[in-house]
Design a protein around this ligand. Structure first.
Ligand code: THU
Length: 161
């Protein structure tokens, strides 16, 4: 028997003002995008902005439904439209922000488990790491080199070949 462990490093900035300029711009766009979310049930609006390897930017927001499980997270809305518009184009960075009506949005939130699975598969399908920039409306910002870091021991397409 041996013990195994996973570790990953990420950057923690005290505020958006400390980020490199492009990441600041993307996170600001993600904040703005929260206004386009449809989240009447949770009142938790999420905005995600991707900067693609081809230079384009594309956004996604969460889209809820009265039948709750029908709702989609911002990250998967983004990945679906991106994959339809530009199949096989890599994503350099996704910035994710949120605005909650029930609490102050003063810390980063991370993608949920289903979105981690989707992000991981997108990365490996186009063979391009996705850097994540996570921040609330205020407060610290996390920068994670590759979305796959958030899903150790992932179940992948390799099991199905
Ligand atoms: N949500 C996202 O859009 N992304 C996440 O990574 C976590 C949660 C949405 C789903 C739902 O509309 C609302 O936030 C509350 O869970």
């Amino acid at each position: 028997m041996k013990e195994a462990k996973f570790e990953f490093q990420y950057k923690v900035y005290d505020s958006i003002d400390e980020l490199p300029e492009e990441q600041q711009m993307l996170l600001n766009k993600a904040k703005e995008a929260t206004d386009k979310a449809y989240a009447p049930y949770s009142k938790f609006k999420v905005g995600a902005i991707a900067k693609l390897a081809n230079g384009e930017t594309i956004s996604g927001t969460n889209q809820e439904n009265a039948s709750f499980p029908v709702g989609l997270c911002a990250e998967r809305v983004l990945l679906s439209s991106l994959s339809s518009l530009y199949p096989n184009v890599g994503i350099d960075t996704i910035a994710i922000s949120y605005k909650s009506e029930n609490q102050v949005s003063d810390h980063p939130v991370s993608p949920c488990g289903i979105c981690r699975q989707s992000l991981q598969e997108f990365e490996s399908r186009v063979n391009h790491p996705i850097q994540l920039v996570l921040g609330g409306l205020t407060g610290p910002v996390y920068v994670i080199k590759s979305a796959g870091c958030l899903l150790p021991l992932a179940f992948t397409s390799e099991e199905l070949t």
